[in-house]
Design a protein around this ligand. Structure first.
Ligand code: ARG
Length: 267
């Protein structure tokens, strides 16, 4: 009896090990191009693209749950130029970074600003979009400029350039910083009275105002915010993919496609 039980345990261990091995292999294959070697059915290079689809109008879910937006259109246009097929996957903001690092996705598009800090851990393509931070406050707020936020409670999307700017003003570990998982949640915190202002990219702040004209909010601009450049973020060392994507970016800059999608030129 005891012996039988031992056999059973060993047998089970073996089966689960086999499942684990096969399972992992299978999954990797369905993700396709973890090492950028994915090929789709029609022989085209297939690229898996991660995003945080909470960032209208740049990347968001439409009413059918489809990932759409300006960034998505840009990547599709790039893919067309380089003859690749793209598949978008929604990861959320923070999980997007490890997904690029461990090769779960080939690259990320998510209004990602090129920063020196990120450049140490990831590779970036050439920029395709220029942005800056904006301040969103309740309509009756007395805030006039970024410095006025120094003694206020400010909400941001966690680990974004807005978060970094606010940390510089309020202090790195200030308890007055409300760091939310997404930008809509950060704005929600302010609407609920848990913050007196929100700081985020102009693309998303302006988009929010456009989509929510009934909300009692106003936008404050401040020239002290630096210009930010969005780029596609690639696993460090994958120069081949950076070069390929840059080729596509250059083509859509040259043929006017990029301007058609965004409405402006990136210098
Ligand atoms: N541009 C900012 C940054 O890189 C915010 C981007 C947030 N994007 C998003 N899809 N949530 O930090």
């Amino acid at each position: 009896m005891k012996k039988a039980a031992r056999f059973l345990v060993i047998g089970l261990l073996f089966t689960s090990l086999a499942f684990l091995l096969l399972g992992c292999g299978g999954e990797k294959e369905s993700v396709g191009s973890a090492d950028n070697s994915g090929v789709s059915e029609n022989g085209k290079k297939k690229l898996v693209v991660g995003t945080d689809a909470t960032y209208a109008p740049m990347e968001y879910m439409d009413s059918n749950g489809k990932i759409v937006g300006i960034d998505i259109d840009i990547v599709k246009a790039i893919a067309e130029e380089i003859g690749a097929e793209v598949e978008f996957k929604n990861y959320g903001w923070d999980p997007l970074f490890p997904a690029v690092k461990n090769g779960e996705v080939d690259f990320a598009v998510s209004s990602i600003t090129i920063t020196d800090e990120r450049k140490q851990e990831y590779d970036f393509t050439d920029p395709y979009y220029v942005a800056n931070q904006l301040i969103l406050v309740p309509e009756d707020s007395k805030v006039e400029k970024f410095k006025d936020l120094a003694d206020k409670r400010v909400s941001v999307q966690i680990n974004t350039t807005g978060h970094i700017a606010v940390k510089e003003l309020l202090g790195k570990s200030s308890s007055n910083i409300v760091a939310a998982e997404s930008m809509p949640l950060a704005i929600e915190e302010m609407l609920n009275g848990n913050a007196e202002a929100s700081v985020g990219d102009n693309s998303v702040v302006n988009g929010y105002m456009k989509n929510n004209p009934d909300k009692p909010l106003k936008v404050i601009e401040d020239d002290s915010f630096e210009k930010e450049y969005y780029a596609l973020m690639v696993k460090k060392g994958n120069q081949e993919l950076v070069d390929l994507l840059n080729e596509g970016i250059q083509k859509i800059k040259d043929n006017g496609k990029l301007k058609e999608i965004t409405g402006f030129d990136v210098e």
